[in-house]
Design a protein around this ligand. Structure first.
Ligand code: GDG
Length: 461
């Protein structure tokens, strides 16, 4: 059987005991790499010491949990330009339609291409003739083109974990055409939703360089390749079990006894402007103003681990959200009740599962999101006989699948406030019916299916 070579910016290494790190994608790809020989290559997470910056890049190969990892350190300059720079200050905001936040610098764009060339140089000598390569996410769009330039004829697939923007938004990236051309070097390009795929096709058409063909193919820049929709998911069965165990874990219950007895609305998001956290807090404030009988009885539990702390927009946001929650608590809180519990740290996965299950409302209101796995985790964690209600932004990829959610416009705080009240008064039979519809979908379409469908698409490409 052909080997599978996974390439991603960060590599989720297994724990000391060899079990895969939490996170659906890591679990699914680990499972795929165990079924079929292969390796996972990417950045080690370590910065290359200054005195070694001029040394040629090297891969350190290690085995863990039955999988081979090939990792490279990156120099601080590379990280600043490729990761913190072009990837997270140009591609991330623009692909999430935040053109106003994009900070374009030509040297960072060169850094982005330099690191992609470096990945290609490191990967080439490792490749065998029939290896299948699966590249992940916006950090590595040019990788296939770089590999092809070096003579690579292997099958190469690409999956984009974030949305693909509409044409007029993409065209604000000064080198958008090289990104489009870069994607045409793959054999399969996968997106979360049909909207992303049609935005991509529209970009090709408007640029006059390609179009979709019949049967899931695309022609661009003189090359024919496959394009498809592969909505990522979670390990549904594992998450159900985790939530069930957490609910009956006495020690865990003790840790959240202070919020038991309240009607809890939960939000779980990396600290990121795409997640609409401040709009959500504002919507919750309006909900309390509009529903005086909920004051003192309802609370918003917002769990927001820090992320990308070296990117200026993220530092500013951390301060803004802390200030906003402080203001709302000052305005509405009492000695014995605080409306917003804001936790700026990462919790353990089993804690998260237990909290999802005790929350009557899952508030997932990103301004834009490729998929949003929290929405799926919230659903999988619910008690089948007494499930909570998911309130979901129409701008999350998950909204294309989870039709049992109350769909909202996250930019409209009053609509979100009304949805919270609607969720809290929803009768049991309606909640069960909505939950069943979503669970049926999640049980059939879990992360293993996502992985299998992408890989079989790539083999057929
Ligand atoms: C990108 C795309 C797409 C969060 N806080 C804690 C914690 N988490 C876990 C959640 C969930 C994951 O992080 C977040 O996944 P999302 O999908 O919601 O969002 P991104 O990180 O932005 O992911 C997104 C995804 O890629 C996959 O393709 O869905 O659209 O933006 O699993 O549970 N986990 C733990 N503690 C926390 O405090 N343990």
């Amino acid at each position: 059987m052909a080997r599978l070579i996974v390439v991603s910016n960060r590599v989720p290494l297994p724990d000391k005991d060899g079990s895969p790190p939490p996170g659906g994608m890591a679990i699914a790809l680990n499972a795929a790499l165990k079924r079929q020989d292969g390796l996972w290559i990417g950045w080690s997470g370590e910065v290359k010491p200054e005195e070694k910056e001029d040394e040629p890049p090297r891969l350190s190969v290690r085995e863990a949990g039955g999988i081979t990892y090939a990792l490279t350190d990156l120099a601080q300059k590379d990280l600043d330009e490729y990761y913190n720079g072009f990837a997270n200050r140009v591609l991330w905001p623009i692909f999430h339609c935040r053109v106003d936040l994009a900070e374009y610098a030509r040297h960072e764009m060169s850094g982005y291409y330099r690191v992609n060339r470096l990945f290609a140089d490191l990967l080439m000598p490792l490749l065998q003739e029939d290896d299948v390569i699966w590249v992940h996410d916006y950090h590595l769009i040019p990788l296939a083109e770089e590999l092809r330039k070096r003579g690579c004829r292997n099958r190469i697939g690409f999956f984009l974990h974030i949305p693909w923007p509409p044409a007029d938004i993409l065209f604000t990236v000064p080198i958008y055409d090289t990104l489009l051309r870069g994607l045409s070097s793959y054999d399969l390009v996968g997106f979360h939703t049909d909207y992303d795929l049609s935005n991509f096709a529209e970009c090709l058409r408007r640029e006059g360089c390609g179009d979709l063909l019949e049967g899931g193919y695309c022609r661009a820049y003189g090359r024919v390749f496959r394009c498809g929709v592969f909505p990522i998911s979670i390990d549904t069965a594992e998450f159900e079990t985790l939530a069930e165990q957490s609910a009956s874990d006495k020690a865990l219950r003790m840790t959240y006894r202070r919020i038991e007895g309240y009607d809890v609305a939960i939000g779980v998001d990396r600290l990121d402007y795409s997640k609409g956290i401040d709009q959500r807090v504002e919507a919750f404030r309006r909900f309390l103003h509009a529903n005086a009988h909920r004051v003192g009885k309802t609370l918003l539990l917002q769990i927001t681990p820090k992320s990308r702390t070296e990117v200026p927009e993220y530092m500013a946001m951390q301060k803004d959200i802390a200030e906003l929650t402080g203001r709302v608590n000052g305005e509405l809180g009492t000695i014995d009740w605080m409306p917003v519990h804001y936790i700026n740290q990462s919790l353990e996965r089993r804690e998260l599962a237990g909290l999802y299950r005790m929350a009557r409302v899952g508030l997932v209101t990103p301004l834009r999101d490729g998929m949003n796995l929290v929405a799926k985790e919230y659903v999988a964690a619910q008690h089948p006989q007494d499930p909570g209600v998911l309130i979901l932004s129409r701008f999350a990829g998950a909204a294309r699948e989870l039709d049992g959610a109350i769909l909202v416009n996250p930019y409209d705080p009053e609509a979100v406030a009304n949805a919270i009240e609607r969720a809290l008064v929803m009768p049991l039979d309606a909640r069960v019916e909505r939950w069943n519809a979503m669970m049926t979908r999640l049980r059939e379409h879990d992360v293993y299916r996502w992985c299998d469908e992408f890989l079989s698409g790539l083999r057929q490409a």
